[in-house]
Design a protein around this ligand. Structure first.
Ligand code: PHE
Length: 340
């Protein structure tokens, strides 16, 4: 038995534990119930009593050695394991991105436009979407039963109340309540009874502006819009004004900008003209000033109005207006990094 124990001692010493499975193999071979040490403890019962002391001490010594080797190996593999898993987590990697929502493209453009006019001293104003005939039409020089009212296919609620067809109604409210100089910009949702298509919707968003003071001229209007367009679209954009008609302005004009996609050489977006229609404008008709209690002999002013959808379509190259209103995350998330 002594010999057996000496051999076992050597076996234990020579057993190589290089991989984690070998830790368990070692335990099974030497330390488990069916392992060789346990077997020797069984055999110990048959050792003659005069030998028991010596053999017992040796047996315990070998068992301790095996136990120690096993515990050390176990601790070492545990430590390696946690080191490995710590290495797998790279704390310097950027976190997974989650879409938490973003500003709507129309709001991004609206805010850009407001910011530009703010630098010119224009203040922000807003008014109701449900309007009376006076503010939407009559005060703006639309005579009763005049066909000009049909220019804007109106959603009437009663004979006298309608969903506003333009934010010019806010201009009237401002003129009624303030004394010149008035310099304001008014964004808002407007409604028109139009067939819904890629280019038209039954509601859309406008920004209008007015400037009323002594001696305001068409030159002021042009220079203001020129500055605005260059700030929004860049320095190399050109402008042109075409004569037009609005009941509330005289003279009236429509303003085009050179197509920023083809740089004026002609493409599908500008219908091969090199120009894009962008806003309506003009000098406020003296009748309109008068109707709101502003003396047209003393004051003059200009007004302009534009559709935000159209400008956003040009800036972001959006082809179908309806995508603004369907709330498809795939569309909206494209604007995630803008406008915050
Ligand atoms: N209110 C006009 C429209 O909705 C735009 C406009 C505003 C034109 C101010 C001239 C002056 O079409």
């Amino acid at each position: 038995m002594k010999k057996q124990l000496e051999e076992l001692k050597i076996q234990i010493e020579l057993f190589e534990i290089k991989q984690s499975e070998q830790v368990e193999n070692f335990r099974l071979k030497f330390l488990s119930k069916k392992g060789s040490l346990n077997q020797l403890f069984e055999d110990f019962k048959t050792v003659p009593s005069e030998m028991k002391r010596e053999v017992g001490a040796l047996l315990n010594q070998v068992k301790q050695k095996a136990q120690q080797k096993w515990e050390e190996a176990q601790a070492q593999f545990e430590a390696n394991k946690s080191k490995d898993s710590a290495e797998q987590i790279d704390l310097t990697l950027p976190a997974d991105k989650e879409f938490t929502g973003s500003r709507h493209p129309l709001k991004i453009i609206e805010n850009d436009i407001i910011e530009i006019f703010k630098t010119l001293g224009f203040v922000y104003a807003e008014g109701p979407e449900i309007e009376d005939d006076w503010h939407n039409f009559s005060a703006l020089n639309f005579p009763p039963n005049h066909p000009a009212r049909d220019m804007q296919d109106t959603f009437f609620i009663t004979e006298d109340i309608a969903l506003r067809t333009h934010t010019s109604s806010v201009q009237v409210r401002l003129m009624e309540n303030q004394k010149p100089p008035i310099r304001a910009i008014m964004p808002g949702r407007v409604y028109r009874n139009e067939a819904i298509s890629a280019r038209a919707n039954c509601f859309f968003h406008q920004i209008e502006g007015i400037y009323i003071d002594e001696k305001v001229s068409f030159a002021d209007l042009k220079q203001t819009l020129y500055h605005f367009i260059q700030a929004l679209f860049g320095q190399d954009v050109n402008l042109r004004f075409r004569p037009s008609y609005f009941p509330f302005t005289e003279p009236s004009a429509e303003m085009d900008i050179s197509c920023m996609l083809c740089k004026g050489s002609g493409c599908n977006v500008c219908k091969h003209t090199g120009w894009l229609e962008i806003l309506g404008c003009g000098m406020i008709d003296p009748n309109v000033l008068q109707a709101s209690g502003i003396d047209p002999e003393k004051y003059s002013g200009f007004a302009f109005g534009m559709g935000i959808e159209r400008i956003a379509m040009l800036k972001f190259e959006v082809k179908d207006l309806r995508t603004y209103f369907t709330n498809d995350i795939r569309f909206l998330s494209q604007f995630e990094s803008m406008g915050n």
